[in-house]
Design a protein around this ligand. Structure first.
Ligand SMILES: [Zn+2]
Ligand SMILES: [Zn+2]
Length: 196
C-alpha cells in the first residue's frame, strides 16, 4: 500500500478522518492537533476553526457594543424618571407625572424581560408548560412594572457582562490569529505536501 500523497512511499498510517493511507512524513509534519490526521484533513480543520472563530468574534463584539450602549443609556433614562417623580412629588394631582417617571425608570428593564422571556419560552415549549411558553409576553411587562428595582440590577449585570465580553474577545482573537497563521491556500498546501 502506497501513500496517498506520495506514490513512491509505503503507507504506514490511516487518517482517522478521510480513512486514506499515508506515509510517516504526512503525519509527522502536523503538530498541535489532538488526533493525528493527514495534511488535507488538518487544513480542513484549520479552515473550519478560523471560520467559526471569526463568526463567534463578530457576534461577541456586537454584544459588547450593545452592552456598552446600555450602560450609558439606561442610567440616563433611570435618572430622568427619578427626576420627574421627585420634581412632581410636592405637587397635587401628580399621578400622571409619577406614572411617566415610572415608565422612564422601567424602559431599560424591558430588554431584560425580553431576554428572560425568550429563554423561559424555549423551556416552556420543551416541557409543554403553557404559562412558561407565553413568558416572552409576560416577563417584559412584569420587569417593566418593577423597573425601579430591576433597572439598577440590569445596569449592574451589563457592567459585569462588558468585562466578560472583553475577556472572551481577547481569547477568540488569539485563537483566530493562531488559526490564520496555520491556514494555507490550496496552492500552498500542495507545495507543502510535495516538500514533505
Ligand atoms: Zn485525512
Ligand atoms: Zn506521504
Amino acid at each position: 500500500m502506497k501513500c496517498w500523497n506520495h506514490e513512491e512511499r509505503d503507507a504506514v498510517l490511516t487518517c482517522p478522518v478521510c480513512k486514506k493511507n499515508f506515509c510517516r512524513s504526512c503525519f509527522d509534519c502536523i503538530t498541535g492537533r489532538d488526533e493525528p490526521a493527514c495534511p488535507r484533513c488538518w487544513q480542513g480543520d484549520v479552515r473550519t476553526h478560523v471560520e467559526q472563530t471569526k463568526f463567534e468574534l463578530e457576534k461577541t463584539k456586537k454584544k459588547a457594543d450593545s452592552n456598552k450602549r446600555s450602560v450609558i443609556i439606561f442610567p440616563i433614562l433611570y435618572i430622568i424618571g427619578l427626576g420627574i417623580i421627585l420634581a412632581s412629588a410636592d405637587q397635587s394631582h401628580n399621578d400622571g407625572m409619577i406614572f411617566l417617571g415610572i415608565i422612564f425608570m422601567g424602559i431599560p428593564s424591558i430588554s431584560a424581560g425580553i431576554a428572560w422571556g425568550k429563554d423561559s419560552a424555549k423551556e416552556g415549549k420543551k416541557d409543554g408548560c403553557l404559562v412558561q411558553a407565553f413568558a416572552f409576553l409576560i416577563a417584559p411587562i412584569v420587569l417593566f412594572a418593577l423597573g425601579i428595582i430591576v433597572t439598577p440590577i440590569v445596569i449592574l449585570s451589563r457592567l459585569i457582562k462588558i468585562s466578560t465580553n472583553k475577556r472572551k474577545i481577547e481569547q477568540l482573537q488569539k485563537s483566530y490569529n493562531e488559526g490564520e497563521e496555520q491556514m494555507m491556500s490550496d496552492q500552498e498546501l500542495e507545495t507543502f505536501i510535495d516538500q514533505l
